[in-house]
Design a protein around this ligand. Structure first.
Ligand SMILES: NC(=O)c1ccc[n+]([C@@H]2O[C@H](COP(=O)([O-])OP(=O)(O)OC[C@H]3O[C@@H](n4cnc5c(N)ncnc54)[C@H](OP(=O)(O)O)[C@@H]3O)[C@@H](O)[C@H]2O)c1
Length: 326
């Protein structure tokens, strides 16, 4: 019997967990949906059944009730309850930033480093949404041409900031963001650190290094919230150690698991948000040489932040764990 807890089931990512689980039909026997006290008793239709949301409490994981838990309820909830779950024999896959940089916690994107997931103390971290989509193409480039330096510039959707972020765009309010997101691009995601970078930028830099196992890779990032509902876009500039042919890079990326190349400038074809939304792959386009440096390349990378950037990635980890247990 495989029993799975879904923590944060009423949130934007939680709802996507349910959608992706319905699509994937994993070999799971029972689900229990958890959220905060506020949502206790709420009815949610899932897998053709009506589920009643339970309040997450310290006793929710008693008696080794669950084999696995998918958490998407923020860092403070994870800090407290993921540890309780882990102590009760449950393997937690957590979407928050709480454990990502903990040396004893694997930070996993299945297409890049699934092997790391098996070496866990019952907690596995799902990376930041903007990091997940970037490391797929970066890993492919690194394996063949070796990364020398990476520059990230992101254009991130409001759904990445949860329900309040979406509401701010739709209702022109400032509940989540400091300024109206409608008609503005905000060069701030998460709080500022003393060095002038935001926490989001720092997450991208540190998480990329951890996942690719390149602790000293020079990386810089500018993360921007833009007034679009869904899908994060990233302009990624990379310097490589070895020379390349641009067509070889296009073929290599397109043949890689989880990546789709959409790149035909003659026909104005490149990945855009509304096309990519609802898909699980990372889309790459505008692949071109950066003539300002030796072995430089620019590309545009788009993915559904709620799917590959959050729910799908976590569920792919779960799927791999379940399949290898058999
Ligand atoms: N949105 C994205 O693209 C994205 C991508 C990657 C990672 N994440 C991460 O995923 C997490 C959730 O994000 P979201 O965008 O889904 O946020 P959200 O829409 O605000 O949802 C938050 C969820 O957490 C639940 N929750 C809050 N406090 C809780 C508590 N004390 N006990 C139990 N449940 C609690 C909420 O339940 P109630 O409804 O009862 O309040 C809700 O289900 C965050 O850590 C976020 O950083 C988000």
């Amino acid at each position: 019997m495989i029993n799975v807890a879904i923590v944060g089931a009423t949130g934007v990512v939680g709802e996507m967990f349910l959608k992706v689980l319905e699509e994937k039909k994993l070999n799971i026997d029972n689900y229990v949906l958890f959220a905060s006290k506020k949502s206790k008793g709420k009815k949610i239709k899932f897998m053709n059944k009506e589920y009643i949301v339970e309040e997450l409490t310290e006793n929710s994981f008693d008696n080794n009730r669950f084999n696995y838990a998918l958490f998407s309820a923020g860092a403070s909830t994870a800090e407290k309850y993921a540890k309780i779950a882990a102590k009760n024999g449950c393997i937690v896959i957590d979407n928050s930033s709480c454990f990502r940089m903990d040396k004893s916690v694997p930070l996993v994107v299945p297409q890049v480093n699934m092997e790391d997931a098996y070496d866990n103390f019952n907690i596995i971290a799902n990376p930041n949404c903007s990091t997940i989509q970037a490391v797929l193409p970066l890993k492919v480039l690194d394996d063949k041409y070796k990364l020398k330096r990476v520059i990230y510039s992101t254009y991130q959707a409001v759904s990445g900031a949860g329900k309040k972020g979406i509401d701010d765009l739709l209702n022109n309010t400032t509940t989540k963001f400091d300024y109206p997101i409608l008609n503005n691009c905000l060069p701030q995601i998460d709080v500022f650190l003393d060095n002038g970078y935001t926490k989001e930028e720092t997450k991208m830099i540190e998480e990329t290094r951890k996942i690719l196992k390149k602790p000293k890779l020079p990386i810089t990032a500018t993360c921007v919230r833009v007034p679009v509902l869904n899908c994060h876009c990233e302009s990624i500039n990379v310097e490589l150690e070895y020379d390349f042919k641009i067509d070889d890079i296009k073929t290599l990326l397109n043949n890689s698991n989880g990546i789709i190349v959409l790149d035909d400038p003659k026909r104005n074809i490149y990945p855009i948000n509304t096309f990519v939304s609802g898909n699980d792959e990372v889309y790459v386009g505008r692949i071109r040489r950066d003539f300002s440096v030796e072995n430089g390349i620019n590309f545009w990378c788009v993915a559904d932040n709620l799917r590959k950037g959050a729910a799908t990635n976590a569920i792919e980890i779960l799927e791999n764990l379940i399949n290898t247990k058999k």
